[in-house]
Design a protein around this ligand. Structure first.
Ligand code: FAD
Ligand code: UDP
Length: 400
């Protein structure tokens, strides 16, 4: 049973880690303790060590680096993403150039189909989608724009994730593509979610069927985990996986802390729990060369329990007589994968942020520590900016 085996591996590694620290007899000193080896922690550690000349200990409670972007070869040798599909895309030249120091890239443009009553149509909704569902014969962008304009139901003030979609495409397409998917994914009706959630997915009048239109779209050639290993491979960086913050804090001393875990956990949930949405991942290998036409198929039907299925060979270009997929089932309990964007949650986050601001030697960065629904590139950008501010404010970092 993979999960039990993984837990055993985690426990073994944690024991080895504390033994390693205790064997040193005294509490070793680091300039920085970095909690979390995901994008936020790895970028901060790399900058502090390579640019700042600091000695850094990075710990992660999971038995591996790379955070939610962790990928690993499964039993069939297919590179899968343990925590669901991660597709890299960015408009930031800075972020792309920075990561390019640690990986080569495989060009990849993401495409997604939605399963609507057994038919597969492009998402985001585009002209092809409309022609397939309505036999609409739309030939130009202007045709599609007019078709959508006739269905759109303008909303005086666009506030929620329902407003965004209904004001662009009307209730029927909203129900077909967004209502059920969102209710499954978030456990909330789109009317209860901030507009920023469904605003991530545009509506198109062209036949462009790419999921993203960013300037840079690519996958790390040897995978995310290999890229993280290169980032953390520095003589000033020590990495201990399978090691919790509390365990590390008891075993070493440090001048400053970079914390990338959930901010409410850091403060002992003193203001109550910040809501996070979780997922269950069902990883499967199938005895066929190809399972689906594109990397991801979405299932917007609320009666279907999963939200999407990912087939990894599309992302990697790997060849194999078998294929590996992941089926995603949203869950209320489990690892905190998604901060839930809605006004009351933001208010609660602000109370934790106020506590964070009162701790100048603790730096909160990343998706969980700043409670933001950020993509990978946004977290890299946030960490690079955080490092720059830290360096500007502390004469001891990277003395000339
Ligand atoms: P994380 O990756 O969560 O890393 C935080 C780490 O801190 C974790 O490994 C955790 O174990 C560790 N930690 C927490 N608390 C402690 C503690 N007390 N002690 C020790 N360790 C601790 N982004 C994209 O750009 N494209 C995508 O296609 C995409 N797909 C996604 C799909 C899914 C299902 C999910 C959940 C996210 C996706 N993302 C995607 C977002 C991406 O995962 C995040 O932006 C990114 O991983 C955030 O990095 P982070 O370092 O902030 O957090
Ligand atoms: N969404 C939807 N139907 C879709 C795709 C997305 O309703 O077919 C909504 C859903 O609420 C989702 C949000 O739009 O959580 C953002 O989608 P995206 O693909 O950006 O989410 P990710 O998986 O990257 O977090």
């Amino acid at each position: 049973d993979a999960t039990a085996a993984e837990m055993m591996a985690a426990i073994d590694e944690a024991t080895a880690a504390s033994a390693h620290l205790a064997a040193q007899g005294q509490r070793p000193h680091y300039d920085y303790l970095v909690v979390g080896a995901g994008f936020a922690g790895a970028v901060m550690a790399e900058r502090l060590a390579a640019d700042g000349g600091k000695r850094v200990l990075v710990v992660d409670r999971r038995p591996h680096i790379a955070g939610n972007a962790y990928d690993v070869a499964d039993a069939a040798g297919i590179l899968i993403h343990q925590y669901g599909p991660h597709i890299f895309h960015t408009n930031s030249d800075e972020v792309f150039a920075y990561l390019s120091n640690f990986t080569r890239w495989r060009a990849y443009e993401h495409r997604v189909l939605a399963d609507v009553d057994g038919r597969r149509v492009p998402v985001p909704i585009n002209r092809t989608t409309l022609n397939a569902l309505y036999d609409a014969g739309l030939e130009t962008d202007a045709d599609a724009a007019a078709f959508l304009a006739a269905r759109a139901e303008p909303v005086a003030q666009v506030r929620t994730s329902e407003d965004v979609v209904v004001s662009a495409v009307g209730h029927e397409l909203y129900r077909t593509f967004f209502r059920g998917y969102t209710r499954k994914q978030w456990g909330l009706d789109p009317s209860a979610l901030d507009k920023s959630v469904t605003a991530r997915v545009p509506t198109r009048t062209s036949t462009d069927d790419r999921y993203f239109t960013d300037r840079h779209q690519a996958m790390p050639a040897a995978g995310f985990t290999a890229m993280f290993a290169a980032m953390l491979d520095h003589p000033n960086i020590t990495v201990l996986t399978g090691t919790d913050f509390a365990e590390a804090a008891a075993a070493v001393s440090y001048d400053r802390l970079v914390y990338t875990g959930p901010i409410d956990e850091y403060f002992g949930y003193c203001h109550g729990r910040l809501p996070y949405r979780s997922l269950c991942f069902e990883h499967r290998t199938l005895p066929v060369e190809r399972h689906q036409e594109v990397a991801v198929v979405n299932y917007p039907d609320e009666a279907v329990p999963h939200t999407r299925i990912t087939e990894y060979k599309h992302l990697t270009g790997q060849r194999s007589p078998v294929t590996s997929i992941t089926i995603e089932y949203p869950a209320a309990e489990g690892d905190p994968y998604y901060p839930i964007p809605r006004p009351e949650n933001h208010q609660l986050y602000k109370r934790y942020e106020a506590l964070a601001l009162a701790e100048p030697d603790v730096i909160f960065v990343g998706r969980l520590a700043t409670y933001r629904y950020y993509n990978m590139d946004q977290v890299v950008g946030q960490a690079l900016a955080t490092y720059r501010r830290l360096k500007a404010g502390h004469a001891d970092i990277a003395p000339a």
